[in-house]
Design a protein around this ligand. Structure first.
Ligand SMILES: Cc1ncc(COP(=O)(O)O)c(C=O)c1O
Length: 397
């Protein structure tokens, strides 16, 4: 067969998308017998399997001509209206997206040009970095920890630069688990308002709080202050099902209109049946469902922290999350999380090395552990194996 030099045929944007070494490594986590703390995969025991089977059948039977037809790009109106009611906005300000991941890509399309500055926390969500990178922006980063981004560092950056937007995950950040305290949210908003800047608030984990961690979102604070510059993203992935791919963006009408136009060219609309199913599922015992989810993750986080406290050697630091799905770990300086990954996979346990979460590089000694997927016993055993791998690596160092 004739050969083609595919790489010379792809466009600039496509050439920026690179195979991630991490994704290659993560393929190893699929091996049978591996206990994985790697993917942020919601607990399968929380999926509403029975209710979904029942409701999907009813939707197809009673409203099949809507469910199986093309739908509006903005989304299935009753679902938009339900979300609007939940968040106290108007339905026109809500755009249904095919996962928040799609919203991130649409935001890149709408706001970013080549070399335009975009500000992220370091570390930040790898999927957002990947989505934005395709548009060739210049990443500006500020260090972030358990209390969110370093606001003094952020202030310094904003003196020099005017990012097209700031991408922030204020509640139970992926990967760090960080939660920006209320006072810091207020200060952050002041800075944003002063600069007339746009913030993308990715709030995928907000409902997964364990104690009193449900703080007002930047979006809510901005509305109270009469400021239109916060684009709010959330998703049904962590509170119903990630496989349905139903999420939403909420923003000022002009921003929603532009995002809707961008979405038209991508997939016309999010699958109508999935939107109708989500709408049907949230009608019944939704608050109780959220309580069950919180209780489940609270118990899993506790199991992981107890195991870490028991097993981890000196010099390893890790966060104590107040919500969300992740523990963020720092190995002693000079120790590589990728090297640990190789040791760990030999012990049949996996996690995500932290490096790729840093858009500007660094973080080689960090890693993310997700407690969302395994049960308490799997978590305890996984941590035992991880500690064994780490002790092995420390003995070599
Ligand atoms: C911070 C954050 N944003 C967005 C997403 C993507 O979510 P979705 O399933 O809605 O595309 C994830 C998924 O893990 C995430 O952690």
């Amino acid at each position: 067969m004739k050969t083609l030099e595919w790489n010379t045929l792809f466009g600039e944007g496509a050439r920026r998308i690179q195979a991630s070494t991490i994704r290659e490594l993560l393929k190893l986590t699929q091996r049978p017998g591996v206990l994985s703390f790697a993917g942020g995969l919601p607990a399968p025991e929380l999926f509403p399997k029975e209710e979904a089977a029942h409701k999907a059948a009813a939707i197809l039977k009673e409203k099949g001509e809507v469910a199986l037809q093309y739908g509006p790009t903005e989304g299935y109106f009753p679902l938009r209206a339900w979300i609007a009611d939940w968040l106290g906005v108007s339905p026109e300000e809500v755009l249904i997206t095919t996962g928040s991941q799609q919203a991130l890509d649409l935001l890149g399309k709408v706001f970013l040009d080549e070399e335009s500055p975009v500000l992220l926390e370091a570390p930040s969500y790898m999927g957002a970095i990947q989505a934005f990178r395709a548009y060739g922006p210049r990443f500006l980063t500020v260090p972030a920890g358990e209390k969110g981004p370093d606001l003094d560092a952020l202030e310094e950056v904003l003196k020099r630069e005017r990012p097209r937007f700031l991408y922030l995950i204020p509640s139970f950040q992926n990967p760090s688990g960080g939660l920006i305290p209320l006072k810091a949210r207020e200060r952050l908003l002041e800075m944003i308002m002063e600069g007339g800047l746009v913030v993308v608030e990715d709030d995928a984990y907000r409902e997964l709080y364990f104690g009193d961690g449900r703080l007002p979102s930047l979006f809510e604070l901005s509305r109270e202050a009469g400021y239109p510059g916060v684009v709010y993203l959330s998703s049904f992935s962590k509170i119903l099902s990630p496989g349905l791919r139903v999420a939403f963006a909420v923003a000022h009408l002009e921003a929603i209109l532009k995002l809707t136009q961008a979405k038209q060219g991508v997939d016309l609309h999010t699958p109508v049946l999935n939107q109708m199913l989500v709408h049907a599922l949230v009608q019944e015992d939704f608050p109780e469902r959220l309580e069950r989810i919180r209780a489940t993750y609270r118990a899993k986080a506790k199991a992981m922290l107890e195991a870490l406290d028991r097993e981890m050697p000196e010099g390893v630091r890790y966060t104590r999350p107040q919500g969300g799905m992740f523990v963020w770990m720092e190995l002693p300086q000079g120790l590589s999380a990728e090297a640990l990954f190789r040791e760990a996979i030999a012990q049949d346990v996996a996690f995500v090395p932290g490096g790729p979460f840093f858009a500007g590089g660094g973080g080689e000694n960090t890693l993310r552990l997700s407690y969302a997927t395994l049960g308490p016993e799997g978590i305890a055993e996984g941590v035992r194996r991880l500690a064994k791998a780490l002790k092995g690596l420390l003995a070599l160092a």
